[in-house]
Design a protein around this ligand. Structure first.
Ligand SMILES: NC(=O)C1=CN([C@@H]2O[C@H](COP(=O)(O)OP(=O)(O)OC[C@H]3O[C@@H](n4cnc5c(N)ncnc54)[C@H](O)[C@@H]3O)[C@@H](O)[C@H]2O)C=CC1
Ligand SMILES: O=C(CO)COP(=O)(O)O
Length: 338
């Protein structure tokens, strides 16, 4: 018999909502935690998250609440889908509220400001005894809501977590694959946001397909080079959470990070763009943290340096891109198995 779970999803933006609804449609009971009373009431009465996913029907098994305690009460699985800068302040409250057996899974594709902490590291620090994992992949929330077939990766050191989350989420339109490389999977999700901004800039400037293909491939080399320094497996970047997510986010106008790049490439100042966005584009925050961390570890990341120069050193985009590509190391594939 299939186990029926009680699941909390913390964060009622587009991704938390869509993941909660997949789980509810699979027959489990879901509590979605958000901070806006009016929106929680609307979700419960109209079965729609009208702010983040208008027109997307929500299951009767999904209940929205603004009480964090109520959302996690009796939950055996907790998903966290708030931006990286708010992740710790949310999970810090959980030890008083959940049992040590509850699984806690990050959906967030960001880095904590002030250092370079990954979401799995924050979970390990704040909830040392709980089984944990991260879910990441090419998962534009609005496409999932439209029912387009999508796939994601659950990564955990615990095979029982990967099995359980697979069974919880897997369905005809949302396929779940497993990995034991948490750092690799979550770094794929967080780092590709930076390159999506660059791809958006390139699209606005009319870069050819050859140029975009080159940027994307060198981005993959650069992000896996960095991730290996943090203990990730470079081969993870050949999977859905690596090249899969990089490809989607660097080519879709639905991506918020790509949209930021498009607007920058059209000459809008960054402050203006961010002031008019009502959803999170994690790549802007990640860029500064990544540059600092790569510099301090001595990891060459010419594309990161280039985007940083465009955004914060007021350098001309075309000059920067020409100079960074000529600065690249000549080796094509760095991690070759012989
Ligand atoms: N939308 C997408 O297509 C996907 C998003 N993600 C990741 O999921 C995370 C969340 O993204 P979205 O749902 O898209 O963002 P969003 O911008 O749609 O929503 C973020 C939600 O978090 C809430 N929030 C912000 N700070 C909070 C705090 N301190 N306490 C409680 N709630 C807070 C906001 O009110 C909002 O409801 C991000 O890291 C994003 O990169 C991952 C896969 C796909
Ligand atoms: O992570 C995503 C797709 O996999 C969503 O990307 P954006 O945050 O750029 O919209």
């Amino acid at each position: 018999m299939t186990t029926r779970h009680t699941v909390a999803v913390l964060g009622g933006g587009s991704f938390g909502t869509v993941i909660g609804n997949i789980i509810a449609n699979n027959g489990h009971s879901v509590r979605l935690w958000l901070r806006n009373d009016g929106l929680a009431a609307t979700i419960n009465s109209s079965r729609e998250n009208s702010v983040y996913l208008p027109g997307y029907h929500l299951s009767d098994r999904l209940y929205a609440t603004t009480s964090l305690r109520e959302s996690v009460a009796d939950a055996d699985i907790v998903f966290v889908a708030v931006p990286g800068k708010s992740f710790r302040e949310v999970v810090q409250q959980l030890p008083r509220m959940i049992s040590g057996d509850s699984q806690v899974i990050s959906l967030t594709k960001g880095i904590e400001p002030g250092g370079f902490r990954l979401m799995s590291q924050i979970l390990r620090e704040e909830l040392p005894d709980n089984p944990l994992g991260v879910l990441s992949g090419p998962n534009l929330a609005s496409e999932i809501a439209l029912g387009h077939v999508s796939a994601s990766v659950i990564a955990s050191e615990s095979p029982s977590v990967t099995r359980c989350i697979h069974d919880l989420l897997h369905c005809e339109a949302f396929l779940i694959y497993a990995s034991d490389d948490m750092y690799g999977v979550e770094l794929g999700g967080a780092l590709k946001n930076v390159y999506a901004i660059l791809a958006g800039v390139g699209a606005a400037l009319g870069f050819g397909e050859n140029t975009q293909g080159m940027l994307l491939t060198r981005a993959l080399a650069e992000m896996s080079r960095f991730a290996v320094c943090l203990g990730a497996n470079p081969l993870t970047f050949l999977g859905l959470s690596g090249v899969g997510d990089l490809f989607v986010t660097c080519s879709s106008p639905l991506s918020r990070n790509y949209q930021v790049g498009l607007a920058l490439g059209k000459g809008r100042p960054l402050e203006d763009i961010l002031a008019t966005m009502d959803q999170v584009a994690e790549g802007i925050n990640t860029l500064g943290l990544l540059k600092r961390e790569a510099d301090s570890r001595g990891v060459p990341m010419p594309l990161v340096d280039g985007l940083h120069a465009i955004l914060y050193e007021h350098r001309e985009v075309e000059d920067v891109l020409t100079s960074i590509m000529h600065r690249e190391q000549a080796q094509d594939v760095e991690f070759v198995i012989r």
